[in-house]
Design a protein around this ligand. Structure first.
Ligand SMILES: Nc1ncnc2c1ncn2[C@@H]1O[C@H](COP(=O)(O)OP(=O)(O)OP(=O)(O)O)[C@@H](O)[C@H]1O
Length: 303
């Protein structure tokens, strides 16, 4: 049995119309990790998640969830994963409590082992347990979907764009709960467009572009591999334009602030500052800015 929570090898998907959404994905998601899956729109993230969920058939390759091959052992594979879908889909005429009971029934969880109220409490929906789900706000529906994904107590939880359209306070609550689940041992995989969110939450990140994995590493390593760094220099006199002889990517902000972007793999701060001095400028103040995940993302997905 593999030690990965999710193991994907050579996964390919070509849709009926001929669109090749996945072009040979290889990905190991370690057990116990908080894993971020990033990629621009149309990169293939949902296709991959839908294959894991058993909603889309793969064209080639294999995928194991908690050591169970999704084709050979679909029941065990499905029992090992809970998926919070992107769309807010559920029956509006059931109450949240009924929704969870029904889902538990679908997964064959015996009545004595169901924890519908406990889950509703965990996602702060206890007081809405018996109202029609259609009366819930968007954020509440999202949290109900998280609870629904957890009824069978899966070791892996996948959240597909869980905070799209969720306000900041609810987003915070949702993440607090996801962090608690992770601390209790659940492997969490999330796709998000909010790069700061992935940077703050995930210990590992894979970036998918055009149906392929273009990066997969510890978040800290990924951030340190980004080449660009910024030196922000306040000079001792007013400037009308960027003086000649400085880094190509230099911007003038206001009258006296120069933002010099350089590739730290080929230049260092001393060289950049020397160029400022050589341009006849005195340096009054200096600060630096490291690349963030957005820079890494743009660098890797630039086509
Ligand atoms: N059912 C389908 N039939 C044909 N093409 C599809 C289908 N579903 C997705 N695609 C195409 O496959 C590609 C990958 O789509 P997918 O939804 O997996 O991307 P994504 O990374 O999840 O994007 P997003 O972040 O926008 O959800 C896209 O070009 C999309 O148009």
């Amino acid at each position: 049995m593999t030690q990965s929570a999710i193991s994907i090898r050579g996964l390919e998907k070509t849709y009926a119309g001929g669109k090749q959404a996945l072009r040979g994905i290889d990905l190991e998601i370690p057990r116990g990790s908080m894993f971020g899956l990033l990629g621009p729109n149309g990169a293939g993230k949902s296709t991959m998640i839908n294959i894991l969920a058993g909603l889309v058939n793969k064209t080639a390759g294999r995928a194991d969830i908690w050591g169970f091959d999704i084709t050979d052992h679909p029941r065990n594979a499905k029992a090992s994963i809970g998926i919070v879908p992107q769309e807010l889909v559920f029956d509006a005429f059931f109450t949240p409590f009924e929704t969870l009971e029904l889902q538990a029934g679908l997964f064959g969880v015996p009545k004595a082992k169901r924890r519908s109220m406990e889950l509703l409490r965990a996602v702060h929906l206890e007081d809405k347990a018996h109202v029609y789900s259609r009366t819930l706000s968007g954020g509440m529906k999202r949290r109900l979907l998280v609870a629904k994904a957890l009824v069978h107590n899966p070791p892996v939880l996948v959240l597909d764009e869980p905070t799209a359209g969720v306000d900041i306070e609810l987003r915070q609550q949702l993440w607090d709960y996801v962090r608690t689940l992770h601390a209790q041992g659940t492997t969490v995989v999330l796709t998000t467009h909010y790069l700061e969110e992935a940077e703050a939450l995930c210990d590992r990140i894979a970036i998918i572009n055009n149906g392929q994995v273009v990066a997969n590493d510890l978040t800290s390593v990924l951030l340190s591999t980004a080449g660009d760094k910024k030196l922000i220099v306040t000079v001792d006199r007013d400037l009308a334009d960027v003086p000649p002889g400085l880094e190509e990517r230099t911007e003038l902000k206001g009258d006296r602030m120069l933002v010099l972007t350089y590739d730290k793999r080929s230049r260092n701060a001393g060289q950049v500052l020397a160029a400022v001095a050589a341009a006849g400028l005195g340096v009054v103040d200096v600060s630096t800015q490291e690349a963030d995940l957005e820079d890494v993302f743009l660098e890797l997905t630039r086509s």
